[in-house]
Design a protein around this ligand. Structure first.
Ligand SMILES: NC(=O)N[C@@H](CC(=O)O)C(=O)O
Ligand SMILES: [Zn+2]
Ligand SMILES: [Zn+2]
Length: 346
C-alpha cells in the first residue's frame, strides 16, 4: 500500500477567490496547495476589463501569506458589450483567458452573455491573440430540466463554437456528465475540460437521499452515478484533455443553509486531499500527478511547476466550520475523515 505520494506542485485551473475580506480565507487556502490558480471573474460587479483585472490581481497578491508563492492567473468576464479591443488590452495586462457565463446560469452571472453570437467578434480576437475561452456550459432556458442543461448546451451552443473557431483553445469548466466527457474526447486538441473533486466523489444521491444537503449543491448540479463514473474514468484515464479545476466557491454558512441556498461548494481548504481520495478509490493514484500538475499548464501553454508537494496517508478530520468574513463557512466534507494529508508549508 502506498503511504506517501510526491507530486509536482499542482495548480487549480478554476477557483472562486471572491474579493475584499473573503481573500483572507480563500487565498491562503489556495496558496497552501497550489502554485497558480485561474481566478474566476464573477465578482459583483464582474471583472470585465483589463484595469479591473489588474486591480483585482493586486488585491489577491496582497492576501498571499509571506511564506507562500502563489500566482493568480486572471480572467475577463464576457458580457454582451465586450469589444474585440478589450482583448488586446487584457492580454497586455497579463490576462490569460475570458469566461463565458450564459446570463442567469449560475452565481453572479446576471451580466453574462445572452447569445453566444453576440461575442463572435470577441472570440475571433481571442483566437488571434491566443487567449483561452473558458465556458460555464449550461443553457438557461426555463423549459430545460436542470439535469439536462449541460448536455443541451454542448449540442446547441458549444458544438457550433468549436466548429466556427477551430484554433480557439476552449476549456469546458467543471464538467458533470458522460456527455461532456465524450464531447471533449471527441473534439480536436484545442478542447479540454476541468473536473472538480466533488463531481468525482459524489452524485446526486449524496445531495438528496435522506434529507437535502445544501453543501453538495453547486452548479452544474451533481448528476446520477453513471455520470460520476464517467468523470472518474476521464480524470483517471491519463488523457491530457482532463485536468484539475476545483471550482471551490465560497458562500458563508448562512447563505448555504437557507430556504434558498447559494450554489457552490468550498473545497479549497483540502482540495488536493479530496482529489487524492477520489483517485485512490479508483485505484489510480499514479494518474493524479498528470491530472493535477502536468496537463493544465501544458494546455494553457505555460511551464510546469518545478517544486513538489507530498501527501501522506495520515487520516485527519476536517473541521466543521472555518472562519469566513464575520461568520463561518462549511468546507465540503466537514467533520469527515480524509485519508490523505498534505504536508503544509514544507
Ligand atoms: N459552481 C457554483 O455552484 N458556483 C460558482 C459559480 C460557477 O462556477 O458556476 C460560484 O461563484 O459560487
Ligand atoms: Zn460555473
Ligand atoms: Zn466556478
Amino acid at each position: 500500500m502506498t503511504n506517501e505520494i510526491t507530486l509536482l506542485r499542482p495548480d487549480d485551473w478554476h477557483i472562486h477567490l471572491r474579493d475584499g475580506d473573503s481573500l483572507a480565507r480563500t487565498v491562503p487556502d489556495a496558496a497552501a496547495q497550489f502554485a497558480r490558480s485561474i481566478v474566476m471573474p464573477n465578482l459583483v460587479p464582474p471583472v470585465t476589463n483589463a484595469d479591473q483585472a489588474r486591480a483585482y490581481r493586486e488585491r489577491i497578491v496582497t492576501a498571499v501569506p509571506a511564506n507562500a508563492r502563489f500566482e493568480p492567473l486572471m480572467v475577463l468576464y464576457l458580457t454582451d458589450n465586450t469589444q474585440p479591443e478589450d482583448i488586446a488590452a487584457a492580454k497586455a495586462a497579463g490576462v490569460v483567458a475570458c469566461k463565458l457565463y450564459p446570463a442567469g446560469a449560475t452565481t453572479n452571472s446576471d451580466s453574462g452573455v445572452t447569445d453566444v453570437k453576440n461575442i463572435y467578434p470577441v472570440l475571433d480576437a481571442m483566437q488571434r491573440e491566443g487567449l483561452l475561452f473558458l465556458v460555464h456550459g449550461e443553457v438557461t432556458d426555463s423549459a430545460i430540466d436542470i439535469f439536462d442543461r449541460e448536455k443541451i448546451f454542448l449540442e446547441t451552443i458549444l458544438s457550433g463554437v468549436v466548429k466556427d473557431f477551430p484554433e480557439l483553445k476552449i476549456v469546458l469548466e467543471h464538467i458533470t456528465t458522460q456527455d461532456a466527457a465524450e464531447f471533449v474526447k471527441a473534439a480536436g486538441p484545442k478542447v479540454a475540460a476541468t473536473i472538480t473533486a466533488h463531481h468525482l466523489l459524489y452524485n446526486r444521491n449524496h445531495m438528496l437521499v435522506g434529507g437535502i444537503k445544501p453543501h453538495y449543491y453547486c452548479l452544474p448540479i451533481l448528476k446520477r452515478m453513471t455520470h460520476q463514473d464517467a468523470l472518474i474514468a476521464a480524470a483517471t484515464s491519463g488523457n491530457p484533455k482532463f485536468f484539475l479545476g476545483t471550482d471551490s466557491a465560497p458562500h458563508a454558512k448562512s447563505k448555504k443553509e437557507a430556504a434558498c441556498g447559494c450554489a457552490g461548494s468550498y473545497t479549497a481548504y483540502s482540495a488536493i486531499e479530496l482529489y487524492a481520495e477520489a483517485f485512490e478509490r479508483a485505484g489510480a493514484l499514479d494518474k493524479l500527478e498528470g491530472f493535477a500538475s502536468h496537463f493544465g499548464p501544458d494546455f494553457y501553454g505555460l511551464t510546469r511547476n518545478t517544486d513538489t508537494v507530498t501527501l501522506k496517508r495520515e487520516p485527519w478530520q476536517l473541521p466543521q466550520t472555518l472562519p469566513y468574513l464575520d461568520e463561518t463557512i462549511v468546507p465540503l466534507c466537514a467533520g469527515e475523515t480524509l485519508n490523505w494529508k498534505l504536508a503544509r508549508n514544507a
